[in-house]
Design a protein around this ligand. Structure first.
Ligand code: BTN
Length: 276
């Protein structure tokens, strides 16, 4: 499948992905020319019993979902829009760890292609100070067990500056814009799916500390003074790292350590860093 154009037809797509070296991630791929949201399709497939590792891909979403109820816009045929079904046998309180693990996998896949990717907690990927990818994790639980989880991932691969609203030019970029040439989406996606399976196998093997250590090394936030918005609440502090369940640990001005499970983070003046 050549790139710059579309993800081609489902049969060509299957052929392109036949080189995928994973055991279960991406072994079944559903491809849609257009969709409302790949997360919603994956959710439906998961409810119908689709196996772990099932991938849903599309070229365009009408109702692409971002975190915190936002919309995710991506021009047709240029970026990667996918959802992956996982069925982790962990306590639901550890779900943030899956998000952390997937951002580690994504950052590692990008670094293998020489992009110095950094992770902005919980799951945004930044390169050269601009967002290039985001992850939306949605889960279905039954009592104290995760039934399934859908990892929705949007990666800005080949979109051009003209595809981005001018108001976002200093916040958002794409791999092609950063590299100055287009990037092969299938090649990148295959690398990412392998990386994801490796990291997820570490979760299955309870290697939580190793994942958190890698997260910390690639974090955009550790040591930075940030403002957290969590519903109506806003507070500031210096980021210490991640707790054992993937939560963000923040040292507040009063010395108290706050553990943040969700929210929006804004980096404040860099000069106000770790010494606080
Ligand atoms: C974010 O807000 O940063 C997360 C964005 C996640 C977008 C992806 S695109 C594929 C999948 N389907 C959706 O509707 N959303 C996710």
């Amino acid at each position: 499948m050549s790139d710059q154009t579309n993800f081609a037809s489902p049969s060509e797509l299957n052929e392109a992905f036949s080189g995928l070296s994973t055991k279960y991630v991406g072994k079944k791929i559903y491809f849609y020319e257009e969709a409302d949201s790949t997360n919603d399709i994956a959710d439906q497939l998961a409810r119908e019993g689709a196996p772990e590792g099932t991938v849903v891909l599309t070229e365009y979403q009408d109702k692409g979902k971002g975190r915190m109820g936002r919309k995710w816009f991506s021009p047709k045929g240029k970026n990667i829009l996918l959802s992956i079904i996982l069925r982790p046998k962990i306590d639901p309180s550890f779900v943030s760890l899956i998000t952390v693990m997937s951002s580690v996998a994504l950052a590692k896949a990008l670094r293998k292609m020489d992009f110095l990717a950094k992770i902005k907690w919980p799951n945004d990927i930044y390169i050269e100070g601009k967002k290039v990818a985001g992850i939306l994790t949605e889960m279905k639980c039954e009592q104290d067990k995760i039934n399934y989880l859908v990892l929705g991932i949007g990666i800005n691969v080949n979109m051009a500056q003209s595809d981005i609203p001018e108001t976002l030019w200093n916040q958002v970029s794409s791999l092609a814009m950063l590299k100055g040439q287009s990037v092969d989406r299938v090649f990148f996606l295959m690398n990412f799916l392998s990386e994801l399976e490796n990291e997820y196998d570490q979760v299955k093997d309870y290697q939580y500390d190793r994942i958190l250590e890698e997260w910390s090394k690639m974090s955009l936030l550790v040591g930075k003074w940030v403002e957290v918005s969590c519903g109506d609440r806003k507070f500031e502090g210096v980021v210490l790292g991640s707790g054992s369940k993937g939560e963000l640990l923040l040292k507040l001005e009063n010395g108290f350590v706050e553990s943040v499970l969700s929210g929006d983070i804004r980096i404040k003046n860099d000069a106000e860093n770790i010494n606080h």
